[in-house]
Design a protein. Sequence first.
Length: 340
Amino acid sequence: MAGRNESNRSITNVAALANVSIATVSRVLSGKRTKDDDIARRVRAAAEQLDYSVNYAASALRSTITNTIGLIIPSATETFSAQLLDEIEPTIDVDSQQLLLGIGADQEAQGERMASLVARHVDGLIVVPAAGADLTEVLERYAGTLPIVQVGGRQRSFHTSMVGLDENTAMEMVIGHLADQGIESVAYMAGKEISFESAELFAMFHTQVRAHHLRTQPDWNRFGERSVQRGFDCAMRLFSEPLVQPEAVVCADDTIAFGMMVALHALGLRVPQDVLIVGYNDSPIASTTMPTLTSVRPPFQQIVSEALRLIALGPERPAHISLPPRLIIRDSTVVPNGSR
C-alpha cells in the first residue's frame, strides 16, 4: 500500500470504512478494547486496508500546529457550559484559532468525544466534566500528548491543568448576604445528588448556615435537576401547605430560581417581601425576571483566559487555579424598609 497518500491513512477514514466511531477505532487499535468480535475484526481489517497504524497517528499527532482548540461540555444548553461557550468562541477567534466542540452528557460519551478530538490533532483540550463523571483514566491517558485543562468539578488528574471555582467563598457570600437582610431560616435546592460537587456545596451550605446562626430543616433541602420545572415543583412543595416555611431559598442554578419565582407568584407570595431567592451562574435570565434575580456569577472571562494560558504552556507544566466568583445582588434579595 506504499502508493496510498497520507490523507487516506486517517483514523476518520478507518472509522468510516469499518462503520464504527472514531473512539472505537482508537480503543481497538490501542488495545483498550480487548473483546475480539466482529467490530474489532472490521476495525483491524480497515486499518490494514488503509495502511493505518497507531504509531503513525502518534508520530503525526504533534508534528504540526493546527490552530484548533477542543472544548468538551455536558450540554450546549446547560447554563454554565453555554456561557463558557459564548465567552471562549470569540476569544480564540481573535487569535485566528478554531473551536471544535464535543458534547457528552455522561462519562462514557465525554471519553469518546475526547478521543475524537485528540484524533483530530487539536492543540489543546478544555473539558467541563458531566455531573458525576470520573474522567481520571481518560485524562491520564492523554495528559502527556497535549495540554488539557479541566474547568470546574472535582480535581481528577494531577497531570492535567485545572481551573476551578472557589465554591466555599461563593456560599459564604450568599449566606452572609441573606443573613444581612435579617432572615432567620433558609432552604437549599441543590444539583444532582450523584455529583460530588453538589454534595460538597450541600455541606458548605450547612456550614455557612451554622456560622451565621440561621435555621434550616432537612425536608426543605433537596437534590435534583437544574430546571424551571424542578424549581416550580419544589416551591409548591415548600410553600403550599407547611406551617413552617423558609424565609429564603438558595438555588443551584438560575433556572431553578426562576421556576420557584413563577410558583411563588401563583401562590400569592411576593419576592422578596415574603421570600428571598438566590440563583447561580448569573445567566441572562437573572436580569430579566420580575423582580430581577440575585445570582452568583462565575468569572467566565478569567476562566477562559486562564484555560488558554495553561494550554499555551504545553502538557509538561500542569497547574491548578481557583478563581473566586462574584455575588450580583439584585431585587430578589433586597427587602424594602418595613416591607417584611
